[in-house]
Design a protein around this ligand. Structure first.
Ligand SMILES: *Cc1c(COP(=O)(O)O)cnc(C)c1O
Length: 389
């Protein structure tokens, strides 16, 4: 059978590779401790699951949903943005529920990118920004995120001839995988830059609620002018431990929201309605669970950082997100380190190279590891110290 050319342009999805290696060793009976997966280990809060069960029993939720979701859900999203960020959205024109934000992140390329167009994409970065671009026939231009610049891209370093073809600028703060956060000033610089070069901006912001030490990440939508040229992707996945339910949202620029709705209405039939009801409960109900989860992540963050420093890795404590981005000694590539660590301790991490070539020299530890496994992982890392030579 002859598959499409575009299919050949996609490299294998990073996490599938890692999962396969881990599965192989587990099949041999080995106990692997994985710090490689960014998926909350803590269950969805009970009041949200309760609402889901109740909604599942109601036949009104058994039919096809609308692509753009229940009006009540769009209103709940707008209200949440209003109270959390003081961003006031029109629920019918500036809000679009998604089947998980990854879905919209992939599909927005079909709205903004024609064959030959360029999308500006952070490196290291979440792989979907570039994969969506490639599937739409476009070309990613990678913007290096370096430690010296606080993992913010140097917009002025983008070549003029690239900018002429560029349609879309991707950003993600709090950042996966680096843990970096963006300031108001940086977002204001982005707005001015995008306006000057006629770029649409997509800000991917699933980690704004996972934050430590009293720090409160901002939304790109708070910055004046952002709504005239960009949208923000958000998600219930990381905020409410709802990765498996698949529900997120895009908010902001009405023209981009309408375009995304048009693409989606031709491809999907929206989010199962019981899940939408659960999401309304999550967004409008008691928010205390967020503080609880964050204090668990913060404890793990501090414990893991102390251990990583003992084994010779360089780490800046992240203010937000649930990842530790650890710098390796110069003698290590991220792949060599990851394989050696897995081989010798049965501990899995994510090699930085999986997020782009500027990710090499780093590995990512996720803090979403259940306490007993976390303890065992930390123990193995400490006994491994000698292995680092
Ligand atoms: C987890 C994650 C997402 C996807 O979240 P879903 O809403 O579950 O699809 C998007 N972007 C980044 C950077 C993530 O880490």
């Amino acid at each position: 059978m002859k598959m499409s050319q575009r299919l050949n342009k996609l490299p294998p999805y990073l996490f599938i590779e890692i999962n396969r290696k881990i599965a192989e060793r587990r099949a041999k009976g080995e106990k692997i401790i994985s710090f490689a997966i960014g998926d909350p280990d803590i269950p969805t809060p009970a009041h949200i699951v309760e609402r889901l069960c109740q909604a599942a029993k109601d036949p009104a939720n058994h039919g096809y949903p609308e692509t753009n979701g229940l009006p009540e859900l769009r209103r709940a999203i707008a209200t949440w943005y209003g109270s959390r960020f003081q961003v006031h959205l029109d629920p019918d024109k500036e809000v679009l529920p998604l089947i998980g934000s990854k879905e919209g992140i992939g599909h927005i390329a079909f709205c903004c990118i024609d064959p030959g167009d360029v999308a500006l994409v952070p490196d290291p970065g979440y792989p979907v920004y570039s994969m969506g671009t490639i599937l739409a026939g476009g070309e990613p231009h990678f913007m290096p995120l370096t430690e010296e610049r606080g993992f913010l891209p140097d917009l002025e370093a983008i070549p003029q001839k690239v900018l002429k073809r560029a349609k879309l600028l991707w950003l993600n703060y709090p950042n996966n995988p680096t843990g970096a956060v963006a300031s108001w000033d940086f977002f204001a610089e982005v707005v001015a830059f995008a306006k000057k070069h006629n770029l649409a901006v997509c800000h991917d912001a699933p980690y704004t609620e996972v934050a430590f030490d009293g720090y409160q990440p901002i939304s790109f939508m708070q910055v004046p002018g952002a709504r005239e040229l960009g949208i923000e992707f958000h998600s219930l996945s990381k905020t409410y431990n709802m990765t498996g339910w698949r529900i997120g949202m895009a908010v902001g620029n009405a023209q981009m929201i309408e375009a995304l709705f048009r693409v989606k209405s031709n491809l999907d039939s929206g989010i199962p309605q019981a899940i939408q009801r659960a999401a309304i409960e999550a967004l409008s109900g008691d928010q205390g669970c967020i503080t609880e989860h964050n204090s668990i992540y913060q404890q793990r963050r501090d414990e893991l950082i102390a251990v990583l420093r003992q084994i010779g890795l360089r780490v800046t404590p992240p203010k937000a997100g649930f990842y530790i981005w650890a710098k390796l000694a110069d003698s290590y590539s991220s792949e060599k380190f990851t394989l050696k660590l897995l081989e010798e301790t049965g501990v899995a991490v994510t090699p930085g190279i999986g997020y782009g070539k500027n990710g090499d020299g780093y590995v990512r530890f996720s803090l979403t590891v259940p306490d007993d496994q976390f303890k065992e992982g930390v123990k193995r890392l400490l006994t491994w110290r000698g292995g680092l030579g």
